[in-house]
Design a protein around this ligand. Sequence first.
Ligand code: VAH
Length: 305
Amino acid sequence: RILVTGAAGQLGTELANALRERHGNAAVIATDIRGGNPLNVMDKIALHRMVIDEGITEIYHLAAMLSASGEQSPLVAWDLNMQGLINVLEIAKAHALRVFWPSSIAVFGAHIDRTFTRQFSILEPATVYGISKASGELWCKYYFEKYGVDVRSLRYPGLISYSAPPGGGTTDYAVDIFLHAAKGEVYTCFLKPMTTLPMLYMPDAVRATLELMSAPADTLTVRTSYNLQGVSVRPLEFEAHIRARLPNFRVNYLADFRQRIADTWPQGLDDGYARRDWGWKPQFDLPSIVEDMLKNLLKSEPEKK
Ligand code: VAH
Protein backbone atom coordinates (compact mmCIF):
# COMPACT_ATOMS: atom_id res chain seq x y z
CA ARG A 1 0.00 0.00 0.00
CA ILE A 2 1.06 3.62 -0.58
CA LEU A 3 1.50 6.25 2.15
CA VAL A 4 1.20 9.92 1.14
CA THR A 5 2.43 12.45 3.70
CA GLY A 6 1.46 16.11 3.32
CA ALA A 7 -1.61 14.83 1.47
CA ALA A 8 -3.64 17.96 2.26
CA GLY A 9 -1.20 20.23 0.42
CA GLN A 10 -1.38 21.54 -3.15
CA LEU A 11 0.59 18.64 -4.64
CA GLY A 12 -0.38 16.03 -2.04
CA THR A 13 -4.09 16.41 -2.70
CA GLU A 14 -3.68 15.77 -6.41
CA LEU A 15 -1.08 13.01 -6.10
CA ALA A 16 -3.23 11.14 -3.57
CA ASN A 17 -6.20 11.32 -5.96
CA ALA A 18 -4.13 10.18 -8.94
CA LEU A 19 -2.71 7.26 -6.94
CA ARG A 20 -6.25 6.24 -5.86
CA GLU A 21 -7.37 6.32 -9.49
CA ARG A 22 -4.44 4.15 -10.52
CA HIS A 23 -4.25 1.70 -7.60
CA GLY A 24 -7.71 1.88 -5.98
CA ASN A 25 -8.87 3.82 -2.91
CA ALA A 26 -7.90 1.11 -0.45
CA ALA A 27 -4.30 1.15 -1.70
CA VAL A 28 -3.64 4.76 -0.61
CA ILE A 29 -3.23 6.05 2.97
CA ALA A 30 -3.36 9.85 2.72
CA THR A 31 -2.09 11.63 5.84
CA ASP A 32 -1.28 15.15 6.93
CA ILE A 33 -0.43 16.87 10.21
CA ARG A 34 -4.16 17.58 10.64
CA GLY A 35 -7.31 15.88 9.43
CA GLY A 36 -8.87 12.45 9.62
CA ASN A 37 -5.67 10.46 9.48
CA PRO A 38 -3.18 12.66 11.36
CA LEU A 39 0.52 11.87 11.06
CA ASN A 40 3.45 14.00 12.20
CA VAL A 41 6.44 12.98 10.08
CA MET A 42 8.73 14.28 12.84
CA ASP A 43 7.43 11.41 15.01
CA LYS A 44 9.51 8.48 13.77
CA ILE A 45 7.74 6.00 16.06
CA ALA A 46 4.29 6.96 14.75
CA LEU A 47 5.55 6.87 11.17
CA HIS A 48 7.10 3.44 11.72
CA ARG A 49 3.92 2.14 13.35
CA MET A 50 1.80 3.33 10.43
CA VAL A 51 4.15 1.67 7.91
CA ILE A 52 3.88 -1.64 9.78
CA ASP A 53 0.16 -1.49 10.66
CA GLU A 54 -0.91 -0.45 7.15
CA GLY A 55 1.47 -2.67 5.18
CA ILE A 56 3.07 0.29 3.41
CA THR A 57 5.42 -0.54 0.52
CA GLU A 58 5.82 2.95 -1.00
CA ILE A 59 5.94 6.47 0.50
CA TYR A 60 5.25 9.76 -1.33
CA HIS A 61 6.80 12.09 1.25
CA LEU A 62 5.40 15.55 0.53
CA ALA A 63 5.15 17.01 4.04
CA ALA A 64 7.33 20.14 4.15
CA MET A 65 7.30 23.88 4.63
CA LEU A 66 7.61 25.89 1.40
CA SER A 67 9.89 28.81 0.56
CA ALA A 68 8.03 31.87 1.80
CA SER A 69 6.77 30.26 5.03
CA GLY A 70 10.25 28.86 5.55
CA GLU A 71 11.74 32.35 5.54
CA GLN A 72 9.34 33.34 8.32
CA SER A 73 10.36 30.34 10.50
CA PRO A 74 13.78 29.15 9.24
CA LEU A 75 14.67 26.65 11.99
CA VAL A 76 11.18 25.12 12.06
CA ALA A 77 11.35 24.69 8.29
CA TRP A 78 14.81 23.12 8.51
CA ASP A 79 13.75 20.67 11.23
CA LEU A 80 10.53 19.62 9.49
CA ASN A 81 12.00 19.36 6.00
CA MET A 82 15.19 17.53 7.04
CA GLN A 83 14.15 15.34 10.00
CA GLY A 84 10.95 14.38 8.23
CA LEU A 85 12.91 13.19 5.19
CA ILE A 86 15.55 11.34 7.23
CA ASN A 87 12.81 9.59 9.22
CA VAL A 88 11.26 8.41 5.94
CA LEU A 89 14.62 7.32 4.48
CA GLU A 90 15.50 5.37 7.66
CA ILE A 91 12.16 3.53 7.60
CA ALA A 92 12.47 2.93 3.85
CA LYS A 93 15.91 1.38 4.48
CA ALA A 94 14.56 -0.87 7.24
CA HIS A 95 11.57 -2.08 5.21
CA ALA A 96 12.88 -1.84 1.60
CA LEU A 97 10.22 0.76 0.72
CA ARG A 98 10.25 2.81 -2.49
CA VAL A 99 10.14 6.57 -1.90
CA PHE A 100 9.15 9.66 -3.91
CA TRP A 101 10.35 12.99 -2.51
CA PRO A 102 9.77 16.42 -4.14
CA SER A 103 12.67 18.77 -4.64
CA SER A 104 12.39 22.17 -6.27
CA ILE A 105 13.96 24.79 -8.51
CA ALA A 106 14.64 26.48 -5.15
CA VAL A 107 17.85 24.39 -4.86
CA PHE A 108 19.46 26.80 -7.32
CA GLY A 109 20.69 30.28 -6.43
CA ALA A 110 23.72 32.34 -7.48
CA HIS A 111 26.32 31.32 -10.09
CA ILE A 112 24.05 29.50 -12.51
CA ASP A 113 22.81 30.19 -16.04
CA ARG A 114 19.33 31.27 -14.97
CA THR A 115 17.80 31.09 -18.45
CA PHE A 116 18.69 27.43 -19.05
CA THR A 117 19.76 25.89 -15.74
CA ARG A 118 21.49 22.58 -16.38
CA GLN A 119 20.88 19.39 -14.41
CA PHE A 120 24.33 19.45 -12.77
CA SER A 121 24.72 23.12 -11.81
CA ILE A 122 26.06 24.62 -8.61
CA LEU A 123 23.49 24.39 -5.80
CA GLU A 124 23.72 27.65 -3.83
CA PRO A 125 20.16 28.12 -2.50
CA ALA A 126 19.29 31.43 -0.86
CA THR A 127 16.30 30.19 1.19
CA VAL A 128 16.07 27.73 4.08
CA TYR A 129 13.56 25.80 1.97
CA GLY A 130 16.13 25.62 -0.85
CA ILE A 131 18.92 24.63 1.58
CA SER A 132 16.71 21.83 2.93
CA LYS A 133 15.89 20.65 -0.59
CA ALA A 134 19.53 20.71 -1.74
CA SER A 135 20.56 18.81 1.42
CA GLY A 136 17.63 16.43 1.01
CA GLU A 137 18.73 15.57 -2.53
CA LEU A 138 22.17 14.61 -1.21
CA TRP A 139 20.60 12.49 1.55
CA CYS A 140 18.45 10.71 -1.08
CA LYS A 141 21.52 9.94 -3.20
CA TYR A 142 23.39 8.75 -0.07
CA TYR A 143 20.62 6.34 0.94
CA PHE A 144 20.40 5.06 -2.64
CA GLU A 145 24.14 4.49 -3.01
CA LYS A 146 24.90 3.26 0.50
CA TYR A 147 21.73 1.28 1.36
CA GLY A 148 20.09 0.69 -2.02
CA VAL A 149 16.94 2.66 -1.09
CA ASP A 150 15.02 3.27 -4.32
CA VAL A 151 14.17 6.94 -3.64
CA ARG A 152 13.31 9.14 -6.64
CA SER A 153 12.86 12.90 -6.88
CA LEU A 154 11.83 15.78 -9.15
CA ARG A 155 12.85 19.45 -9.01
CA TYR A 156 9.38 20.90 -9.50
CA PRO A 157 8.94 24.39 -10.93
CA GLY A 158 6.07 26.47 -9.53
CA LEU A 159 2.91 24.35 -9.61
CA ILE A 160 -0.35 25.72 -10.96
CA SER A 161 -3.62 24.06 -9.95
CA TYR A 162 -7.21 24.87 -9.01
CA SER A 163 -8.25 22.09 -6.62
CA ALA A 164 -6.15 22.69 -3.51
CA PRO A 165 -5.05 26.16 -2.36
CA PRO A 166 -1.27 26.56 -2.27
CA GLY A 167 0.46 27.23 1.03
CA GLY A 168 3.39 29.58 1.46
CA GLY A 169 5.11 29.33 -1.91
CA THR A 170 6.80 32.17 -3.79
CA THR A 171 5.28 30.90 -7.05
CA ASP A 172 1.78 30.83 -5.55
CA TYR A 173 0.93 34.14 -7.21
CA ALA A 174 0.39 31.98 -10.32
CA VAL A 175 -2.52 30.28 -8.56
CA ASP A 176 -3.87 33.32 -6.70
CA ILE A 177 -4.09 35.35 -9.91
CA PHE A 178 -6.57 32.83 -11.36
CA LEU A 179 -8.60 32.58 -8.15
CA HIS A 180 -9.05 36.38 -8.12
CA ALA A 181 -9.81 36.54 -11.86
CA ALA A 182 -12.50 33.87 -11.52
CA LYS A 183 -14.13 35.86 -8.69
CA GLY A 184 -14.03 39.08 -10.73
CA GLU A 185 -11.63 40.62 -8.20
CA VAL A 186 -8.57 42.79 -8.80
CA TYR A 187 -5.37 40.85 -8.00
CA THR A 188 -2.43 42.44 -6.20
CA CYS A 189 0.64 40.50 -7.33
CA PHE A 190 3.53 40.20 -4.86
CA LEU A 191 6.10 39.86 -7.66
CA LYS A 192 7.11 42.42 -10.28
CA PRO A 193 5.37 42.05 -13.68
CA MET A 194 8.49 40.93 -15.56
CA THR A 195 9.60 38.25 -13.09
CA THR A 196 10.15 35.14 -15.20
CA LEU A 197 9.78 31.82 -13.34
CA PRO A 198 9.43 28.23 -14.54
CA MET A 199 5.91 26.89 -13.98
CA LEU A 200 4.25 23.50 -14.46
CA TYR A 201 0.56 22.71 -14.70
CA MET A 202 -0.54 20.20 -12.06
CA PRO A 203 -1.71 17.48 -14.50
CA ASP A 204 1.79 17.55 -16.04
CA ALA A 205 3.43 17.47 -12.58
CA VAL A 206 1.33 14.49 -11.45
CA ARG A 207 1.96 12.60 -14.69
CA ALA A 208 5.71 13.28 -14.45
CA THR A 209 5.71 11.88 -10.92
CA LEU A 210 3.85 8.68 -11.84
CA GLU A 211 6.01 8.22 -14.96
CA LEU A 212 9.21 8.61 -12.93
CA MET A 213 7.97 6.18 -10.28
CA SER A 214 7.07 3.55 -12.89
CA ALA A 215 10.33 3.84 -14.87
CA PRO A 216 12.66 0.80 -14.57
CA ALA A 217 15.24 1.60 -11.87
CA ASP A 218 18.17 0.84 -14.16
CA THR A 219 17.13 3.55 -16.64
CA LEU A 220 17.52 6.34 -14.05
CA THR A 221 20.88 8.12 -14.04
CA VAL A 222 19.97 10.92 -11.60
CA ARG A 223 19.57 10.04 -7.91
CA THR A 224 19.70 13.54 -6.51
CA SER A 225 16.65 15.03 -8.30
CA TYR A 226 15.61 15.52 -11.93
CA ASN A 227 15.20 19.02 -13.39
CA LEU A 228 11.67 19.46 -14.77
CA GLN A 229 10.73 22.33 -17.13
CA GLY A 230 7.19 23.26 -18.02
CA VAL A 231 6.65 26.87 -19.19
CA SER A 232 8.65 29.96 -18.24
CA VAL A 233 6.14 32.75 -17.52
CA ARG A 234 5.95 36.32 -16.20
CA PRO A 235 3.04 37.75 -14.18
CA LEU A 236 2.39 40.19 -17.03
CA GLU A 237 1.81 37.27 -19.41
CA PHE A 238 -0.67 35.60 -17.07
CA GLU A 239 -2.47 38.94 -16.80
CA ALA A 240 -2.63 39.40 -20.58
CA HIS A 241 -3.82 35.84 -21.28
CA ILE A 242 -6.47 36.02 -18.54
CA ARG A 243 -7.65 39.46 -19.69
CA ALA A 244 -8.08 38.10 -23.21
CA ARG A 245 -10.71 35.83 -21.70
CA LEU A 246 -11.99 38.19 -18.93
CA PRO A 247 -11.65 41.76 -20.28
CA ASN A 248 -12.37 43.45 -16.92
CA PHE A 249 -9.57 41.66 -15.09
CA ARG A 250 -6.97 43.99 -13.53
CA VAL A 251 -3.68 43.35 -11.66
CA ASN A 252 -1.79 45.71 -9.35
CA TYR A 253 1.90 44.97 -8.75
CA LEU A 254 3.25 45.36 -5.21
CA ALA A 255 6.49 43.37 -4.77
CA ASP A 256 7.21 42.09 -1.26
CA PHE A 257 9.96 39.93 0.36
CA ARG A 258 9.12 37.13 -2.03
CA GLN A 259 10.59 39.16 -4.91
CA ARG A 260 14.08 38.66 -3.46
CA ILE A 261 13.45 34.90 -3.35
CA ALA A 262 12.17 34.79 -6.94
CA ASP A 263 15.18 36.82 -8.13
CA THR A 264 17.52 34.01 -7.01
CA TRP A 265 15.66 31.25 -8.86
CA PRO A 266 16.12 29.96 -12.42
CA GLN A 267 13.96 31.37 -15.18
CA GLY A 268 14.13 28.18 -17.24
CA LEU A 269 15.55 24.69 -16.72
CA ASP A 270 17.32 22.15 -18.91
CA ASP A 271 15.28 19.00 -18.33
CA GLY A 272 17.21 16.92 -20.87
CA TYR A 273 18.00 14.13 -18.38
CA ALA A 274 14.31 13.60 -17.56
CA ARG A 275 13.46 13.54 -21.28
CA ARG A 276 16.25 11.07 -22.04
CA ASP A 277 15.97 8.75 -19.00
CA TRP A 278 12.18 8.33 -18.76
CA GLY A 279 10.60 10.14 -21.71
CA TRP A 280 9.39 13.25 -19.91
CA LYS A 281 7.51 15.82 -22.04
CA PRO A 282 5.10 18.50 -20.78
CA GLN A 283 1.66 18.62 -22.45
CA PHE A 284 0.41 22.05 -21.29
CA ASP A 285 1.62 25.40 -22.61
CA LEU A 286 0.54 28.82 -21.30
CA PRO A 287 -2.65 29.18 -23.42
CA SER A 288 -3.87 25.68 -22.49
CA ILE A 289 -3.07 26.26 -18.80
CA VAL A 290 -5.08 29.51 -18.79
CA GLU A 291 -7.94 27.85 -20.68
CA ASP A 292 -8.12 24.84 -18.35
CA MET A 293 -7.75 26.85 -15.14
CA LEU A 294 -10.50 29.34 -16.05
CA LYS A 295 -12.78 26.61 -17.41
CA ASN A 296 -12.61 24.78 -14.07
CA LEU A 297 -12.70 27.85 -11.84
CA LEU A 298 -15.51 29.65 -13.68
CA LYS A 299 -17.59 26.48 -13.71
CA SER A 300 -17.52 26.50 -9.90
CA GLU A 301 -18.07 30.31 -9.59
CA PRO A 302 -21.73 31.30 -8.99
CA GLU A 303 -22.87 33.50 -11.86
CA LYS A 304 -22.48 37.20 -10.91
CA LYS A 305 -26.03 38.45 -10.29
C1 VAH B 1 7.53 27.51 -3.52
N1 VAH B 1 5.83 26.36 -4.87
O1 VAH B 1 7.22 28.53 -4.12
C2 VAH B 1 7.08 26.17 -4.14
C3 VAH B 1 8.11 25.68 -5.12
C4 VAH B 1 9.56 26.31 -7.03
C5 VAH B 1 8.59 26.78 -6.04
O2 VAH B 1 9.15 25.08 -4.49
O3 VAH B 1 8.13 27.53 -2.49
